[in-house]
Design a protein around this ligand. Sequence first.
Ligand code: SF4
Length: 110
Amino acid sequence: MSTAQAADVFTTIDNPADLTTDKIYCANCVHCKLIRSKTGSGSQYCLRVRCDAGMWKKKLGEEKIYKYFTVARRSPESCSFYEPMGDPREFIKELKKTLPIKDEVYTGSN
Ligand code: SF4
């Protein structure tokens, strides 16, 4: 499987026992970026995540962007661009405590 294909294969992290230090979690990677996506009118936006290494792609090659609340699920089997920002187990545990449980709309310009 090529790296690009591997990056499309994600697993769901529901069981804390599944959190291992050698597993790759995109949320713990320096290339996983939080962005705002304008929605509705005015200053409303939703939070999205993108891989700035270009590893998240749709079947036809366009960039794939995920809803922020799903970011803890992004766990490719391998990725040659993975640059961890810290201990993955601790990072994901803390992240899951603060992640919204659904897509939320925010208001503001900052
Ligand atoms: S570079 Fe790889 S590990 Fe990092 S966010 Fe992109 S797909 Fe995930």
